[in-house]
Design a protein around this ligand. Structure first.
Ligand code: GLN
Length: 195
């Protein structure tokens, strides 16, 4: 049996990610310790609140190990707050905010402001075939700078970037796990299994 996918379960909507993985018959475990992390073939970092996730990762002694694991090549998929903590630069973070890093992008937190802080839209997504991806944005970030070697996977109709991949790291601004969309998780699982 292949090693499970870990879902970082410090905070946020990790349960919905596990349900999405279960819906495509992929085993998952919740990751809260270094021991959990060492069992995973890949990692999902859920949406939630990036500042709280950072504090809890420090409190659970996971901050540096996560930074190191991402750098060492652990396939990792971040959604929303998960994208923020993967980014090398966070714009509009709180004082002292830092992520695990590894993805050579700059991400702006809460990029849609208060007026439009939640919305749903259909998107094209590279590697996903069939009908458009139905995406829920909830106080979502936007990718504002793309480093060399970062591939754009998805954009809004106005051109703003909402999905990227660089080697082992994939990050998206939205939440496929709350709209019943399973194809981006399938894409990530293929990335993990090297298919
Ligand atoms: N605005 C949140 C943050 O800064 C992200 C919101 C989300 O994950 N839905 O972490």
């Amino acid at each position: 049996m292949p090693a499970p996918i870990g879902v970082l379960a410090l905070q946020g909507d990790f349960r919905e990610h596990r349900q999405t993985l279960a819906a495509i018959d992929v085993d998952s475990i919740e990751v809260r310790t270094l021991g959990d992390l060492s069992k995973c073939a890949g990692l999902i970092i859920p949406g939630g609140e990036s500042t709280v996730m950072q504090k809890l990762a420090v409190a659970y002694d996971l901050f540096d190990p996560l930074h190191d694991a991402l750098k060492a090549g652990l396939p990792t998929f971040g959604t929303c707050a998960g994208l923020i903590v993967l980014a090398d630069e966070i714009i509009d973070g709180i004082a002292g905010q830092a992520g695990f890093g590894g993805l050579d992008v700059s991400v702006r937190r809460n990029a849609f402001g208060n007026q439009l802080d939640s919305f749903e839209v259909d998107l094209e997504f590279k590697g996903v075939t069939g009908p458009a991806v139905h995406a829920a944005f909830i106080r979502a970030p936007i990718v504002e700078r793309i480093g060399e070697g970062v591939e754009i996977l998805s954009k809004l109709s106005d051109g703003r970037v909402v999905g990227v991949r660089q080697n082992n790291l994939m990050g998206i601004s939205f939440h496929p796990e709350v709209t019943g969309e399973t194809r981006i998780h399938e894409l990530f699982v293929s990335m993990v299994r090297g298919i």
